[in-house]
Design a binder for this molecule. Structure first.
Ligand code: GSH
Length: 292
């Protein structure tokens, strides 16, 4: 924070990444990947086989929604927290206060968790020497879902007798292959950078009617029982929840909520249902389930 470009567009959500396709803004990697897969089927990375889709979804739930991010974040060096601005910004992030003392105290438990994660990969899915998680020729969606926290933690200093190439050679070889594949992907046509002002002008220029899209539907059997047009707020349930996007409900599906946010731009903001809360403006959130 601050994120002036997103603020200008009228997006209150503070986390990254976000994806904009025209005036549709998608929050959260899980929804972003799903939309990219749907909208660009020629570059699709996911499988068509239900049992493999099951693995992709479970990986997504465990690695992105589940406990892994939180445990991996616990390995961030406490030296960072000496910067008071950074420490203040992190306060409350993932249920911690992020004081250097608290981080140092929690590190051994996080290391135990991460070592178990490496062990799981080393002794099961990678044990037979395969190159990629679903034995594909190139990295697939399952690799993406599984590798990102694993790759990330290797950049945070971990004691070599706990997690290292010697301890987990197959996991480290998989990470190296993945990094090489990323390098190759860099040779693809490069993206054209855009400033925040350019993005604003572009979205403004394609603004159409304020009416919902014809395919928008609000599921009448939805357990939350909101009607189309209700003024709601959407926000992540784990952290950054004070940054809420408000607007009229235009579509509600099993795993996607869409609101029409009324700001300087008529943005349609989409969020997944799990890991996010939707509440009527002015109403407190129900607690909904047990905390991990
Ligand atoms: N569940 C979200 C998590 C996004 C997230 O937490 N992103 C981090 C960066 S990796 C972030 O934006 N943190 C908030 C901040 O630094 O302000 C997703 O998968 O997109």
């Amino acid at each position: 924070m601050p994120r002036p470009d997103l603020e200008k567009l009228g997006v209150k959500y503070r986390r990254i990444p976000v994806l904009a396709i025209g005036r549709d803004v998608y929050l959260d990697t899980r929804l972003i990947l799903r939309k990219l897969e749907e909208k660009f089927p020629n570059g699709k990375l996911g499988s068509d086989k239900p049992e493999q889709q099951f693995i992709e979804r479970l990986l997504e739930r465990y690695m992105v929604e589940g406990p892994v991010f939180q445990e991996a974040a616990g390995l961030v060096p406490s030296a960072f927290l000496k910067d008071p601005i950074f420490a203040k910004d992190r306060k409350g992030f993932l249920g911690r206060d992020w004081t250097p003392e608290e981080m140092d105290e929690g590190r051994p438990e996080c290391l135990v968790f991460i070592r178990n994660l490496f062990d799981l990969l080393e002794t099961t899915i990678l044990a037979d020497g395969r190159q990629w998680v679903l034995e594909t020729e190139r990295p697939s969606l399952a690799d993406l879902q599984a590798i990102w926290p694993v790759d990330w933690v290797t950049s945070l200093k971990m004691p070599s007798h706990v997690v290292s190439e010697e301890q987990f050679p197959k996991v480290y070889a998989w990470i190296s292959r993945f990094r090489a594949a990323l390098k190759d992907a860099d040779s693809a046509p490069t993206a054209v950078p855009m400033t925040g002002d350019e993005a604003f002008s572009y979205i403004k220029s394609i603004q159409g009617s304020k009416e919902p899209n014809p395919e928008d539907a609000v599921d009448e059997d939805d357990p939350q029982d909101f009607e189309r047009g209700t003024l709601v707020e959407i926000y992540p349930s784990d952290w950054g929840s004070e940054h809420r996007d408000a607007g009229r409900l235009v579509a509600l599906a099993r795993d996607e909520v869409t609101i029409m946010a009324a700001g300087a731009l008529d943005l349609r903001i989409h969020a997944p249902r799990t890991g996010f809360k939707m509440t009527a403006v002015g109403k407190a959130a129900a607690t909904g389930g047990t905390k991990l």
